[in-house]
Design a protein around this ligand. Structure first.
Ligand SMILES: [Zn+2]
Length: 66
């Protein structure tokens, strides 16, 4: 059984890289039992989407200028 620290590290890693099936299963299983890590995942995904939107808009603005 992985600790919360391991799981949050895997979640962060999974935002940028593809995780193996066993890693994703470990996360999924842990998230069923652990609210803390579930919140962490929701927040990281939200922040990632927000950051993505922000860079997209910034890019559009830069494209207009050039
Ligand atoms: Zn946890």
């Amino acid at each position: 059984m992985l600790s919360c620290r391991d799981i949050t590290a895997l979640i962060s890693k999974g935002l940028d890289k593809k995780l193996s099936v066993s890693q994703r299963l470990a996360i999924g299983f842990h998230l069923m039992l652990c609210t803390h890590c579930r919140n962490f995942q929701n927040q990281s995904q939200f922040l990632r989407k927000a950051a993505h939107r922000y860079t997209e808009q910034l890019q559009k603005r830069l494209d207009k200028k050039s």
